[in-house]
Design a protein around this ligand. Structure first.
Ligand SMILES: Cc1cc2nc3c(=O)[nH]c(=O)nc-3n(C[C@H](O)[C@H](O)[C@H](O)COP(=O)(O)OP(=O)(O)OC[C@H]3O[C@@H](n4cnc5c(N)ncnc54)[C@H](O)[C@@H]3O)c2cc1C
Length: 580
């Protein structure tokens, strides 16, 4: 840690990390007339946010209310209390609920960022206060041609989420693509997407019609460009500079030089957490350690280390499983590299699929949230190896609904089998034998499940019972949209592993994301946002947008605080201030 010295550059805010948290912070700062410097370790903006769905979970948000959906911050508070349990002693939940809608309004007014109401998008648990409609927002589609050459600075989605090697498709596109030969409307929607994509490829390295997290990041980046916010790429902060107990600047390594940059109003740690850092993984994640991470490659815990060096406190106790989780399958990419397909919502809830452990037994409601699914893997693994777990279904299921990286409509499973992605067999016993699972145990499991499926009631794990289950099931299938027997071969298995989509253990902060030391005192001039900040969800995953919602909300609160305009925490239920 350095102390005061000559500066090479002086700004108001230094923001480390160009993910949703850091970009929001830099943008809000610029909108207030402050001079931010955004420092990004890699050559592109976006971090994990660029590969995400970009959904934000904001109870009581205005776009949903304007669209006629009824939700409130108060209901959000009831749900968070029911889910998280412990009292909101630090007040962080209240700060989030109070400022989330305000953050959305602020960005809509002051930037190119636009969120649309998701409409029906149930919370992940049916509990008091949970919502089925109007709580989640998704980024409006973005035409990346507006960025010109800067488009190359936007980190692309993972290849597993791209069609034809470069075309994005959002949730609204999927039904059209899957049913492209079922109606003229679907066909023309698909044809328009493909034509636009082919035209794009004449000039760009990938499609320019961006959706999900890529649209959010591109919108943030365009907003930053319009406000002429400098972004220092390929640069890394090695040290914080302290001056009379306050963080006053940073030392940055950039192009082989060390720059001394003063930050008059604060340094913001937004480096995305520790997903790519083996030591912090070992320390903060459950055992056995998940072998995979889908976090951005640059997320090596730098912000957390810098915070600790400044005397900040790591929240080790309050975060349960240390991360937000998803089951993933391991893909073999065309270039020979290994990829990960996150099983978020498209396959697990559909009728005619079960998940089993190495004993051939079901261990989870397959249609639960991705986070809860992995927690169940860990719980099962205490008793019997469940890493990997296996999804089991008919080949016909794969053709109809898709399975992981094998898209719906695929009739020839040969290539997926040859690459080792899927295992197929004519009978359940043969499938069990290939997987090294006791044949009778798996046959018994399938038989039991089939009996339950025929009755339409999963008495064992409740698949199809919750709003979320049914939302992701097949609405055309009854009586239970998530249950159908698995009886006609060939049968298919796919191995699933736990991987984190973001880390949740992080640095402890107050309501304005200022870091706290071991005595609970504020470290002046130092803020942590995004996954560098200890999650307010305490190891739970309430609904779609659980990480980016707080990342952007606390970025907003923190910058307002640094700017001398702290945002009061309204009692939930009080009216939001009007006219942003
Ligand atoms: C497939 C998938 C889908 C997801 N969908 C959603 C969703 O819909 N909603 C949701 O809420 N969450 C979602 N997530 C999780 C979400 O993307 C992350 O939690 C979120 O992006 C974290 O934001 P962040 O700004 O903290 O970090 P990141 O987005 O990871 O950005 C961190 C940035 O900091 C940079 N950096 C690292 N170290 C340094 C350093 N020393 N100096 C400068 N820069 C540095 C990194 O290179 C990176 O660009 C999803 C994740 C995945 C993988």
């Amino acid at each position: 840690m350095q102390s005061k010295q000559e500066w090479d550059q002086e700004v108001d805010l230094v923001v480390l990390g160009a993910g949703p948290a850091g970009m929001t912070a830099a943008l809000v700062a610029a909108s207030l007339g402050l001079r931010p410097l955004l420092i990004e370790k890699t050559e592109q903006v976006g971090g994990t946010g660029a590969t995400s769905a970009g959904t934000i979970w904001i109870p009581g948000n205005r776009p949903s209310r304007d669209a006629g959906f009824k939700d409130s911050e108060r209901e959000g508070a009831v749900y968070m209390d029911a889910l998280i349990g412990a009292p909101d002693s630090a007040g962080l939940r209240a700060a989030y609920l109070s400022s989330g809608p305000e953050m959305v309004d602020y960005l809509h007014t002051h930037s190119e960022v636009r969120f649309l109401p998701s409409g029906k998008h149930p919370d992940y648990r049916d509990l008091p206060g949970s919502a089925v409609f109007g709580r989640a927002l998704y980024p409006q589609m973005f035409d990346a041609r507006q960025l010109g050459a800067d488009f190359e600075r936007v980190r692309p989605p993972i290849p597993e989420f791209l069609l034809f090697g470069g075309m994005m498709a959002g949730k609204v596109d999927i039904p059209h693509l899957v049913g492209r030969f079922r109606s003229w409307r679907n066909f023309s929607h698909t044809a328009r997407l493909v034509l636009r994509y082919l035209t794009d490829r004449l000039r760009y390295s990938r499609g320019t019609r961006l959706v999900m997290g890529n649209a959010l990041i591109a919108r943030l980046y365009l907003s930053l460009r319009k406000r002429e916010v400098p972004v220092l790429f390929d640069a890394c902060v090695t040290e914080l500079v302290m001056d009379a107990g306050r963080v006053s600047g940073v030392l940055v390594q950039s192009q082989g030089k060390t720059l001394r940059v003063a930050a008059h109003k604060g340094v913001f740690l937004a480096t995305g957490g520790f997903g790519r850092d083996p030591q912090l993984r070992q320390k903060l994640m459950p055992q056995p350690l998940a072998p995979y991470s889908i976090a951005a490659p640059g997320n090596t815990g730098d912000g957390i280390r810098l915070g600790l060096q400044a005397g900040a406190r790591l929240d080790e106790d309050g975060q349960g499983p240390g991360a937000f989780w998803s089951p993933v399958s391991v893909t073999q990419r065309k270039d020979g590299s290994q990829g990960l397909y996150p099983h978020l919502l498209l396959d697990r809830a559909k009728p005619g699929l079960i998940a089993v452990n190495s004993a051939g037994k079901r261990f989870v409601n397959e249609a639960c949230s991705y986070h809860d699914f992995v927690l169940a893997m860990y719980a099962s693994h205490q008793k019997v190896p469940t890493m990997p777990a296996y999804l089991i279904c008919e080949a016909g299921f794969v053709t109809k609904y898709g399975l992981g990286n094998v898209y719906p409509g695929t009739t020839d499973l040969g290539p997926a089998e040859e690459s080792g992605y899927l295992v197929t067999a004519q009978t359940i016993s043969q499938l069990a034998e290939t997987l090294g699972i006791d044949q009778k145990a798996l046959s018994d499991t399938v038989e039991r499940y089939n009996a339950l499926a025929r009755d339409g009631k999963d008495l064992d794990f409740g698949k199809g019972d919750s709003e979320l289950n049914r939302f992701n099931g097949d609405p055309d299938h009854g009586p239970n949209p998530c249950l159908a027997p698995i009886e006609t071969g060939p049968f298919v298995a796919l191995a699933l592993w736990p991987a984190e989509i973001g880390t949740s253990a992080g640095l402890q902060t107050n309501l304005d994301a200022q870091l706290l030391d071991a005595n609970g005192n504020v470290i002046e001039g130092l803020y942590a946002i995004g996954n560098d900040m200890a999650s307010i969800m305490a190891g739970t995953y309430p609904g779609p947008g659980t990480t980016i919602g707080p990342a952007m909300t606390f970025a907003y609160r923190a910058v307002m605080h640094a700017a001398g305009k702290p945002v009061p925490v309204r009692q939930v239920g009080e009216d939001a201030p009007g006219g942003m």
